[in-house]
Design a protein around this ligand. Sequence first.
Ligand code: F6P
Length: 360
Amino acid sequence: IRRLGVLTSGGDCAGLNAVIRAVTYRAVRHYGWKVFGIIDGTMGLMERPLRYRELDLDMFSGNMLREGGTFLGTVNKGDPFNYPMPDGSTQDRSLDFVDGFNKLALDAVVVIGGDGSMRILSQLCERGGIGMVGVPKTIDNDVHGTDFAVGFTTAVNVVTESLDRLQPTAASHHRVMILEVMGRDAGHIAVNAGISGGADVILIPELPYRLESIAEKIDQVIREGRNHALVVVAEGVKTEDGLNAQVAHSHGQTRYGGIGHYLSDRISKMTELETRETILGHVQRGGTPSTRDRLLASAFGVHAVDMVAKGRLGRMVAWQERGVTDVPLSEVCIGPRSLEPDGTLINVARGLGIYIGESP
Ligand code: F6P
């Protein structure tokens, strides 16, 4: 009998519980192993007493497939190499994690995480000689090696539905609606939902833009006979002169709390149209997982356990083209995955006449 650990790390998203369920079903039902859910990501193995719970089949008899968030918890400050101390300094507590893994006598750990977690956890596991299999999750969909990460399509659905709700109120009031969505490093959410929700302008961190071109696009839409416009912007987009609006605001350099505020102000001045901004924030991370996220979570969970059974460790499960596969962690841990500037969806947006920024 093997002892398998499973933990969630980094920001939560819809579909995490569905992955944990699939891992437990496969490991317990098919292989007869024991599965231990580590509480609060890396923290559960770093702290003493260890914090974990054995995962039984009956825990999943109810809602787990449907529930958002992670019932195991995930704590963002848990980078064991740079653990923040109360006095502001940091400490390397990686050996506490390794020691926790050994104390629990685990054979391997399934890490459900985004690109940052994959990097940290793979270094940790390498350091301690720990067998790890990664499962990609993030609403941002910016993990290398996989077409989709768990949580992404649910977030895109939330944003698309928000545009469906913003459009009628925009039309009623003759307004330009600016919707700021998540995506610190990459514009996958903005592009997917922007196209699906009928945006006129989509701004993403990957492509530079000109305020003048945004105003021209909105003027064109109005000339075509519409009385309103929709703008989607990813939070990682900078001001036209390259400032992070939120950081600059906290340093007193701008009066804009975020890129949504900045654009709203500039667009209203340039077009003389009324604007309103909506910052969707963590609403995008909550809720029940979409069908696609449930399928992905189930496929990833089963495959991850099969990889442990076959000794295919140091890899991450992935979705490529039409099926589930796996890739070496070394190919994943190379930073966030950006949109290709001339990829399919950017070209679709351009083909529809959406302004999506200048060519780089
Ligand atoms: O990485 C996922 C993500 O949702 C980003 O899009 C966003 O910037 C970040 O997490 C927010 O994290 P926090 O939960 O720390 O506010």
